[in-house]
Each structure stands twice: as structure tokens, then as C-alpha cells.
Design a protein around this ligand. Structure first.
Ligand code: BTN
Length: 319
């Protein structure tokens, strides 16, 4: 089915006969595959009698050799899938199979994309970036401190460099424009954090997506914010450069080396918020983050510090 898509991706007309010949199947088999493409991947294909079939818009697909040609300062091997359950899940399976880190897993779509706090990450075909970088961490808990915030900053700077100037951070690791989410980060760990472990840095960026019914939270995309389409291969190469830069700073100086830059980009600095932890809610004012990336809140006049993957922040109306 995806071979057919690759034939159509130029956005030009292709006759049923030519497509059938290229695939070695009958014209009616081509027709069936086209129906499948539309239903499965949500693509729209024009059918014009006498001319053939045409995608409603040309499609630029991810390409690992294009990505490595554009990425000059690192050489993490990247595996690109047409479709996978979750790039994080595949990255963890690759670690289990013994694949040597660092490496990157990318996919054109995810059928079970994972978000934080058990949410699903909506992942339509060929519109966004679903990216997982695997690192091996050798006996250094310090290397894990604040790591998800470091990734957030690298993602933010990638978006800024590509012109999304209004993007900012929301603790712990959302990237927002205004109140709308444009990118999310999910770290997953396997092994012993006190000895040898592997960490999967999962990044989802809404790139060219313009509509999605199933997303449960307010969202936006780079295209919606700028009115432009983005080259995802270039974006992935740049994301790698930024990650490399920020991870090196983090490794050399710990989270302290990143803390103030992170705070400068925190959209909710000084705001009145509610911190949600399961069924509990704590109201306070955001003071900032500490040297490990934990949230500092003023609660009833007293500073308190919070950390943990299951926490989430909401703005209070009065701030
Ligand atoms: C969040 O809820 O904000 C985190 C979303 C993380 C989504 C990315 S997409 C690539 C990687 N693979 C996944 O299954 N999830 C992460």
C-alpha cells in the first residue's frame, strides 16, 4: 500500500494502468489499494476519468538519508517507519533486542502514540514529527536530573529557530503557544537508573497538522501558527542539533547549567496555578524551578517544591 503512496506522492496524475504496471497488479487491485489508502491514512485522492489518480496535495515523506545529510554535528542512526504503534515503544523494544545507543526512531504515523499521564498522542500520517532518541546512561543519576526539561528547551529552541517565536514552556515539559499545545515530551526509562539504564526521549511536534477531531486538549501546529508548511526532514535534523547542544551542556554542568534559561522561557512564571496530583489539587504561585528541575510554588505564603511525572499544572483564572 505504501509503495503505491510513494508513486503518488508527487501530487501528479498517474493512470491506473501505469500504477498497476509499476506494482505488478491489476487495475482493480490498484483501485482497492487506493480505497485502503484513503480509509486507513485519511488521505484524499482525486479520481478523474481519462487521467487517473492524484493526491490532493503532494506529500513530502521522512527520509533518513536526507535527515543525515542535513545534520552536520551528530550521526545518530535513524530508523524511519511508515507506521508503528509508538516510536517510544519501538525504541524500548530495540533496546531489549540489544541495539546500541544512541539511535533514533521515527514514524510517519503512530497507531498507539503515548502521551503523559496515560493519554494518547494523536499521530496522523505524514503530518507531524514523532521522534524517539535513545541514550545510554552509565551510572549517573545526575544525568537524569531535569532531563525532560532539557529536552523541552531543545524542542522550544528548534521551533523558535524555525520562526515560531511565540512558543514557550509549561512545567514540566509542554511546549505551548498561548494556551495551546504545539509539542509534548515523554521520557521512558529501562534498566537501573543507579547503574546502567537506557532513556527514551520521546518528542511529538505538531508540524503541518491542520485538523484533528480526537485531540482532547487545546492544540495548535507550526503550520496553523505561521500559515506555512514545514519540511519535516529539515526539522528533524535541526531538532537533533539542538538536542545534541543542550544534552552536552546538561552533561557538562548538570541541570544547574540550564535552570535560568529554562525559567526565562517559562510562560507561567509568577502565575497563579493549581497543581493537580491525582485527585488532589494544590493552589499556589509559580516561583520557578530548582536545580533539579522541580517546581517551586508559593503555597499559603510558604515555598514548596514538587516533582514527579504524574503532576500537571493549570492556570487559575485570577492570575
Ligand atoms: C505529552 O503528553 O505531552 C507527551 C507526548 C509525547 C508524544 C511523543 S510522539 C513520539 C513519542 N512516541 C510516543 O508514543 N510518544 C512520544
Amino acid at each position: 500500500m505504501l509503495t503505491l503512496l510513494k508513486l503518488l506522492k508527487d501530487g501528479r496524475f498517474h493512470s491506473g494502468q501505469a500504477l498497476g504496471a509499476a506494482l505488478g497488479v491489476s487495475r482493480s487491485a490498484v483501485w482497492k489499494q487506493l480505497q485502503h489508502l484513503e480509509a486507513e491514512l485519511g488521505l484524499s485522492i482525486h479520481k478523474v476519468r481519462g487521467r487517473g489518480y492524484q493526491l490532493s496535495a503532494p506529500l513530502a515523506l521522512l527520509d533518513s538519508s536526507e535527515i543525515s545529510a542535513k545534520a552536520v554535528s551528530y550521526d545518530w542512526p535513524a530508523q524511519v517507519y511508515d507506521s508503528i504503534d509508538s516510536t517510544n515503544a519501538e525504541a524500548l523494544r530495540a533496546v531489549e533486542r540489544g541495539q546500541a545507543a544512541p539511535f533514533v526512531v521515527l514514524s510517519e504515523r503512530q497507531t498507539a502514540g503515548r502521551g503523559r499521564r496515560g493519554r494518547k498522542w494523536v499521530s496522523p500520517f505524514a503530518e507531524n514529527v514523532y521522534y524517539s532518541l535513545v541514550l545510554r546512561i552509565d551510572g549517573g543519576m545526575r544525568q537524569l536530573e531535569g532531563l525532560s526539561l532539557v529536552v523541552g528547551l531543545a524542542v522550544l529552541q528548534t521551533l523558535r529557530e524555525l520562526g515560531i517565536a511565540a512558543a514557550g514552556l509549561k512545567w514540566p515539559n509542554d511546549v505551548l503557544v498561548g494556551q495551546k499545545k504545539i509539542a509534548g515530551i515523554l521520557l521512558e526509562l529501562v534498566g537501573d537508573p543507579a547503574d546502567v539504564c537506557h532513556v527514551v526521549l520521546g518528542v511529538g511536534i505538531n508540524v503541518n497538522m491542520q485538523s484533528a477531531d480526537e485531540v482532547e486538549q487545546q492544540w495548535t501546529s507550526m503550520r496553523l501558527e505561521s500559515g506555512k508548511m514545514f519540511d519535516r526532514n529539515q526539522l528533524v535534523a535541526l531538532l537533533g542539533e539542538m538536542l545534541q547542544r543542550y544534552l552536552a551542556r546538561h552533561q557538562a554542568g548538570g541541570f544547574l547549567a540550564i535552570q535560568s534559561e529554562w525559567e526565562q522561557n517559562h510562560l507561567w512564571q509568577g502565575r497563579s496555578v493549581s497543581l493537580i496530583a491525582g485527585v488532589n489539587q494544590i493552589d499556589g504561585e509559580v516561583l520557578g524551578i530548582d536545580g533539579q528541575g522541580a517546581l517551586r510554588l508559593k503555597v499559603d505564603g510558604v515555598e514548596k517544591v514538587f516533582s514527579g511525572g504524574e503532576l500537571s499544572l493549570r492556570l487559575r483564572d485570577d492570575s
